[in-house]
Design a protein around this ligand. Structure first.
Ligand code: 5GP
Length: 120
């Protein structure tokens, strides 16, 4: 898997405020915003503010504090969107077999309806 970070990927542009996003929440290390093409009533992306290609890259390289605050933000969004009781799904696509489109690590938070089986 390629681990070379592309500074021109769309999420890097969102982080540099070169293109807009519908911000939901942020902290020092992570940003949450609505997916532009929602696949469920709740579909939010959480991304680290630093540059990582994938979950693997992030988990290998990020400082513990950064990892902690990233997942804290995921949980804060889950709470803010009120899906902690009804249920939700976290997805992080990675690389070719994971069908990852945007090469900046991100977690999808999906909820608001029954999401069906895991892989179709
Ligand atoms: P992936 O397939 O890489 O896991 O998912 C990338 C996600 O980014 C897709 O769900 C897609 O709809 C979303 N996306 C792509 N471009 C943009 C954009 O410019 N703004 C926002 N908010 N989401 C985007």
């Amino acid at each position: 898997m390629k681990n070379l970070y592309d500074e021109n990927n769309i999420f890097a542009k969102i982080l540099r405020s070169e293109i807009p996003c519908n911000k939901i929440l942020e902290n020092d290390f992570a940003l949450a915003f609505s997916d532009i093409n929602p696949q469920a009533p709740t579909h939010i992306l959480v991304i680290p503010k630093n540059s990582y290609v994938s979950f693997y890259d992030f988990t290998k390289k990020a400082e513990i504090k950064e990892v902690e605050l990233f997942w804290n933000l995921v949980n804060d969004v889950i709470e803010k969107e009120n899906v902690h009781e009804t249920g939700f799904r976290l997805i992080t696509n990675s690389g070719n077999h994971g069908n990852q489109d945007v090469p900046h690590f991100h977690v999808h938070i999906l909820g608001g309806k029954n999401l069906g089986r895991m892989v179709n």
